[in-house]
Write a protein that binds this ligand. Sequence first.
Ligand SMILES: Nc1nc2c(ncn2[C@@H]2O[C@H](COP(=O)(O)OP(=O)(O)O)[C@@H](O)[C@H]2O)c(=O)[nH]1
Ligand SMILES: [Mg+2]
Length: 254
Amino acid sequence: MTSKYIYVLGTAGSGKSTLVSVLESTFQKYKKYAILVNLDPGAEELPYQPTVDIRNFISLNDVMKKYKLGPNGALIVATDIMVNYLPDIKKIIDSENTDYVVIDTPGQLELFAYRETGVRVLNSFSKTDSLILFLMDSFLAQRSNVFASLLLLSYSIQARFLLPYLLVLSKIDLIDEEKLEKITEWSEDLSKLEEALQEDSAMTREIYLNLVPIFSNLFIPSLIPVSAINNTGILDLYSSIQRIFGTEDEFSNE
Ligand SMILES: Nc1nc2c(ncn2[C@@H]2O[C@H](COP(=O)(O)OP(=O)(O)O)[C@@H](O)[C@H]2O)c(=O)[nH]1
Ligand SMILES: [Mg+2]
């Protein structure tokens, strides 16, 4: 069986690890076999039990001591060291013979967005059969300029990996219905985003306004609003994942 890889990316605290655990229970519910991989060497506590945990291969504390670095510098070195263990990790994943491999990643998104290691990680697992979930923290995205900035970040990742991706608006239980509608509207109608940016009094307003014509030339996928706390939207996310992989339940031969 060819496993499908799902990479969960997003800024620190956007809800990646929590979503990974919710996805696991969703896959279980629909009788899909999924394993979870933690690639965040800096993770303290995880809300799930990973099958492969990078912390068993690399200790952030050891890296900090050995290279006399703080946690952020050590995380970059740790991620570079991670490349050495990729063949071992891949072997474990293959031996599981699983439908899905859900991969949790470090919040320091630049490791994946800008550094070579990110590409090597993704390529070493599977060049096809992969999907990126980009988490946009709805609490942050309430501000039009942050929304524009996160959208740009999601494009940077998309352009780098050229893999199918889904834009997940996370933690929607933290914002009211009206705000949620606004964010959705910005993603569907750029003139609304432009209006909201016009109202911003910040000196950086012009910079964000200049992004609008760029966005208009790019494809913005529909946002999938979810809350991992009360499970809102999780089923939609599950269906979207199935659709991308062409593994919809109703067409399954099982
Ligand atoms: N209200 C709310 N909090 C969430 C949600 N998802 C995650 N959190 C909380 O946000 C914090 C960061 O979540 P975590 O999954 O560790 O984020 P990560 O850094 O992206 O892995 C934790 O305190 C979570 O309990 C959500 O959907 N709603
Ligand atoms: Mg995490």
